[in-house]
Write a protein that binds this ligand. Structure first.
Ligand code: G6P
Ligand code: MG
Length: 219
C-alpha cells in the first residue's frame, strides 16, 4: 500500500456520538407503535441507513407497515432526531478529534467525510467542523449503503487520490468492510472484537497522532 495522502472519516460514532440521539428518537417511535426498543437493539442500527434502520426496528417489534407509512414514520423520527442535533455544540466533538485534524493539516494530509447520514452537513455545522473538510460525501450523495464502498470511493475521487493512498476511520463493522471493499486501509474506532477486519483498532482519538497512524499501519 502507498503513502498516506488522505484520511476519510465516518461521522456518527467517530467524530461525534450521535447514537444516543438516534436511540431516543427510534425508541419513542417504537413506543408509539406499542413495543420497546433497548440500547442493545440500537447497536444494530449503527452505520445503517435510515430506511434500513426502520426495517430492523419493525423486525424487532414484529410489525409490518406499508411503504407510505414507513416513509412517514422515518420522517417523524428524523424530526425528533433533528431537535437534539440542533442543540449540539462543539463540546460534543469526541476527545482528540480536533487535535488529530490539526495534526493532519500540519502534515499536508487531506481530510474527507464519508458518512451514510443525510444530516451530516447539519451536524458538521453545529460542531463548527465544516471548514476542516476538503471533501464531504454524505447520505445525500450515494445510492449504495456500506459495506458498498461508494461513499469512500467518491471521497477519494473528489480529493483526486487513489484508494491505496487513503485511510478510513470507522466505528461500524459495515463501514470497515466498505473501506476494505474499496481497496483502502482502515482504522477501527471502538472494540477490536467487533472491528477485527480493520488494520488496527483504537478506542478513540485521545493521544492519537499521524505518527501513530503510520506506525500502526506499518506493523
Ligand atoms: C449513520 C449512523 C446510523 C444512521 C445513518 C443515517 O450511519 O451510524 O445510525 O441511521 O447514519 O443517518 P440519518 O442522519 O440520515 O438518519
Ligand atoms: Mg459510524
Amino acid at each position: 500500500m502507498g503513502t498516506i495522502s488522505a484520511c476519510i472519516f465516518d461521522l456518527d460514532g467517530v467524530v461525534v456520538d450521535t447514537a444516543k440521539y438516534h436511540y431516543i428518537a427510534w425508541k419513542s417511535l417504537a413506543n408509539g407503535l406499542g413495543f420497546d426498543f433497548t440500547e442493545e437493539d440500537n447497536e444494530r442500527l449503527k452505520g445503517v441507513s435510515r430506511m434500513r434502520s426502520l426495517e430492523i426496528l419493525m423486525e424487532i417489534g414484529g410489525v409490518d407497515l406499508d411503504e407510505e407509512t414507513q416513509l412517514k414514520l422515518a420522517a417523524k423520527k428524523n424530526e425528533e432526531y433533528l431537535e437534539y442535533i440542533l442543540k449540539m455544540t462543539p463540546d460534543e466533538i469526541l476527545p482528540g478529534v480536533k487535535i488529530f485534524f490539526e495534526d493532519l493539516k500540519a502534515k499536508g494530509i487531506k481530510i474527507a467525510l464519508g458518512s451514510a447520514s443525510k444530516n451530516a452537513m447539519t451536524i458538521l455545522e453545529q460542531l463548527k467542523l465544516t471548514s476542516y473538510f476538503d471533501a464531504i460525501v454524505d447520505g445525500t450523495h450515494v445510492s449504495k449503503a456500506k459495506p458498498d464502498p461508494e461513499v469512500f470511493l467518491k471521497g477519494a475521487e473528489l480529493l483526486g487520490f487513489e484508494p491505496a493512498n487513503c485511510v478510513v476511520f470507522e466505528d461500524a463493522e459495515a463501514g470497515v468492510e466498505a473501506a476494505i471493499n474499496g481497496g483502502m486501509r482502515c482504522v477501527g474506532i471502538g472494540s477490536p472484537d467487533i472491528l477485527n477486519k480493520a488494520n488496527f483498532v483504537v478506542p478513540g482519538f485521545e493521544g492519537f497522532t499521524f505518527e501513530k497512524l503510520e506506525s500502526g499501519l506499518n506493523k
